[in-house]
Design a protein around this ligand. Sequence first.
Ligand SMILES: Nc1ncnc2c1ncn2[C@@H]1O[C@H](COP(=O)(O)OP(=O)(O)OP(=O)(O)O)[C@@H](O)[C@H]1O
Length: 482
Amino acid sequence: MPNNIWHQCLEVLRDEFPAQQFNTWLRPLQSDHREGQLMLFAPNRFVMDWVNEKYLRRIEEVLKDLHGGQAPLVNMKVGSAPKMADLVVRSETAASGAASEQEGSSTVTEEERGIAATANPRSAKLKSGDNRRSVQVEGDIKHQSFLNEGFTFDTFVEGKSNQLARAASMQVAENPGGAYNPLFLYGGVGLGKTHLMHAIGNDIVRRNPRAKVAYLRSERFVADMVKALQLNAINEFKRYYRSVDALLIDDIQFFARKERSQEEFFHTFNALLEGGQQVIVTCDRFPKEIVDMEERLKSRFGWGLTVMVEPPELETRVAILMKKAEQVNVKLSSEAAFFIAQKIRSNVRELEGALRLVIANAHFTGSEITPPFIRESLKDLLALHEKQVSIDNIQRTVAEYYKIKVSDLLSKRRTRTITRPRQVAMSLSKELTNHSLPEIGDAFGGRDHTTVLHACKKIVELQETDPGIREDYQNFMRLLTT
Ligand SMILES: Nc1ncnc2c1ncn2[C@@H]1O[C@H](COP(=O)(O)OP(=O)(O)OP(=O)(O)O)[C@@H](O)[C@H]1O
């Protein structure tokens, strides 16, 4: 009876608390007891916070009374999917002494409060900008996250598009707090930034099981900070985030406009860097391009190493598909992988989604995975893709075709090998999307609309005089629209 230990504990608690309290907060908790750890699953974050605040200490005492030195460590988690990187709150012995840092003067913005209100309904009752000093909190609550165990360097497929990011990440995992601090990984959606970040975290813990690694999305940092302010626990918040060996913050762009959080993060960031602790940040764009973010924070991001993760080229997409299929013990022929990789170019997440769909269909129908079968399975998805020609899509297709990088198309480089593909891509964007000339200019590294106009004229001219360009252009039209 693996969860017996929790039932014993519940029996004691049932006698201690009024029935209504017991039924509301303790009874709904589900448990999973293994390897010296008792994981309690709360149905939502509000219940988890409440139990943490009001009952966790008592739960631990009861377990100690019942099992002495054999009592398991208690962790709490929302939901029940063990593979997800959900927030885990671990109760630990309070560290002595209060943090002495001065609090910043900026106030919590409406948006920041909104996040906290979602995370914790009680916070909605608190007055805006309430940042009274902490007196005491019930127990010292420390936050830690489970890292997705499947996201490792072994499961990450290397290609030209991510070679540098992967190498830098491996260096950081080997030597956290060393030369690449902070590590700033950026790039479009679904390209593997989170995967790499977890791989670093997992590797740090593998090398040093005592290492304290905190992974969280930036919204979580904001919500925790606002909640800490409201519960007068900001010093505990600061102490916790400054005590980790590595702080991994995903999708930092969500800090935009959250001034108080930026300020808090700025101080945390400095403290960690000074302490030789590792900071890793991911973002959907280059630091300088993040809007509504303090300049001093953006410039700090550039102190270590900033690396882009680019969309994978065809060969890498094929390799990723083969690897993902292998992970679920499905035999995928290279012809089939190639077929999917050619059709789905947007990002790896979508590539994975397409593969899952094909595998599920094959499983249910007992069919072999062949190109005609794939075409039929992905009919709706492909139709959607074909309808949606985006500038992004055009840039990727053109870059891949001419064997250059998307970032070259967006750069200021003016060599012929780059300018011609750039003009082709601009012209295709004008012809195949509804974007205006200024919008297209913007999407190509912030160029003026007259540059786009010039590119369009040039490509029309060249199609008449240069058979090579004419053929390329026709190929693109076919690739992008059929
Ligand atoms: N090179 C790769 N090898 C294997 N899997 C990959 C690779 N790149 C991405 N993936 C997979 O693609 C999926 C999406 O990746 P991930 O969540 O890391 O993207 P992201 O760049 O963080 O996106 P977002 O900006 O939306 O958060 C994950 O399942 C990840 O394992």
